[in-house]
Design a protein around this ligand. Structure first.
Ligand code: CTP
Length: 412
């Protein structure tokens, strides 16, 4: 099976007058680094904050500001700019510029280009807290959303004016992530996804645990990819150092027993359950209340098996509205040899429709992964995917899961 990365977007980056315009330089750099082509258009106010030479140097293209710019052959910069790009991103978008968009104003190059555009528009508002909270701005943003404009942010935090609160432009990396998310096909719209991720810790005493090297990266990437595909996502996570993916509801747990309880609390509403966590297979039979003292006699810790969460959920009868039987269950397995055969056996043992076999040497802690998909076609019908970054892989897996789970009615 051939997977192609989505075509690179040619981004028309509009910059309006706000102190956050200085961050647009970093945004330009990140967009270019992500493989996109960037053309910058600035309002006169934006040029009061940052010079156009900065953006020309970073984007490798002339910067446009003037409605009467004579460079385009047809003399119509506003038409040329929309025709030669795939998406228009305005960051920062000032309160005044949003107000002008609401009224369809076209008194400078950027506003005229918005009005004349044939491409989608994304805006990243940036302004002082009071300006953002003002009913006029809130009305304007609601109108723009109703007009099909995609609004990202604003974020919360320290502002240049000394206030703390909503109104700050999203950070350049967050804008890039939002652009990536927006560009994903919404194959899981209306779907609820429950995901486990990370390691578990099984306590021996108050200071010692049995755990493993799972970083949580694959589960978190899947949570993000599912959310980007339009799903409502709950991520039940063991201890990790990872930030919560955007728009994902995260439930923190420590032990396998807590993970099971958290999953059971959510599963009635779930359409899809993806078990990525490296759940401890065993836990100490007893948990010492006080720290166990060191002796020369050595220490024997007796272990008992934990509940196999995935196998249990695969037999679960949901009581959610309009739902019965188990959710569509997806398991992960680490295999170091005979990947298809062992994977097919494990899939059957767990009673799940889809198993994703990690090639054990490549999975733990790494930023990339190589997997094989095993479904009802068994070892013979297994699909080997190439090694790729975990988020890119997660997006492919979302496509595969979306295709397979019946309730979505998704056509590949
Ligand atoms: N799993 C689970 N609960 C457990 C153990 C595992 O939900 N108590 C899930 C994992 O999240 C993963 C799959 O089951 O989706 C892994 O199955 P497992 O049988 O543990 O396979 P491996 O980790 O590959 O280990 P082994 O080959 O030793 O069985």
């Amino acid at each position: 099976m051939e997977y192609t990365v989505k075509p690179t977007h040619r981004v028309l980056l509009g910059i309006t007058g706000g102190i956050a315009a200085y961050k647009s330089a970093e945004l330009t750099r990140l967009l270019i680094k992500s493989g996109r082509e960037v053309t910058v258009a600035m309002t006169a106010a934006a040029r009061e904050f940052v010079g156009s030479a900065t953006f020309q140097a970073l984007s490798g293209h002339p910067v446009y500001s003037d409605l009467w710019d004579a460079r385009p052959a047809n003399g119509m910069a506003h038409i040329e700019l929309t025709r030669s790009n795939d998406v228009m991103l305005i960051a920062p978008a000032s309160a005044d510029f949003l107000a002008r968009l609401v009224h369809g104003r076209s008194d400078d190059l950027l506003s005229t280009t918005v009005l004349a555009r044939t491409i989608p528009l994304i805006v990243a508002p940036a302004m002082n807290l009071q300006m953002w909270q003002n009913p006029a701005t809130q009305r304007n943003v609601a109108t723009l959303k109703a007009d099909g404009v995609h609004v990202i942010g604003p974020g919360t935090g320290d502002q240049a004016c000394g206030e703390i609160g909503d109104g700050r432009m999203l950070e350049p990396a967050e804008i890039l992530a939002a652009l990536d998310a927006w560009a994903q096909p919404k194959v899981l719209t209306g779907t609820r996804v429950l995901i486990t991720a990370g390691p578990t810790q099984e306590a021996i005493d108050p200071v010692r645990v049995i755990t493993n090297h799972s970083s949580g990266k694959m589960g978190y990437a899947l949570a993000q990819a599912c959310a980007d595909a339009g799903a409502q996502v709950t991520l039940v996570s063991g201890p990790t150092h990872l930030p919560t993916p955007f728009a994902v509801n995260r439930v923190n747990v420590t032990s396998a027993a807590q993970m099971l309880a958290a999953v059971e609390a959510e599963v009635d509403e779930a359409d899809i359950f993806i078990a990525v966590a490296a759940v401890a297979d065993y836990r100490p039979t007893t948990h010492a209340e006080q720290k166990i003292k060191k002796t020369d006699a050595g220490l024997t810790v007796n272990l008992e098996p934990t509940v196999d969460i995935l196998a249990k959920i695969a037999k679960y009868q949901r009581k959610g509205r309009g739902k019965s039987g188990p959710p569509f269950c997806v398991g992960f397995a680490a295999e170091s040899e005979k990947v298809e055969q062992y994977g097919a056996e494990k899939r059957a043992r767990k009673g799940i429709p889809l198993l994703i076999a990690n090639h054990a040497q490549s999975a733990f802690g790494a930023d990339e992964n190589r997997v094989t998909l095993i479904d009802e076609r068994g070892a013979e019908g297994a699909t080997r995917l190439p090694r790729m970054g975990k988020l890119a892989l997660a997006r492919v897996l979302v496509h595969e899961i979306g295709k397979r789970q019946a309730t979505v009615g998704y056509v590949a």
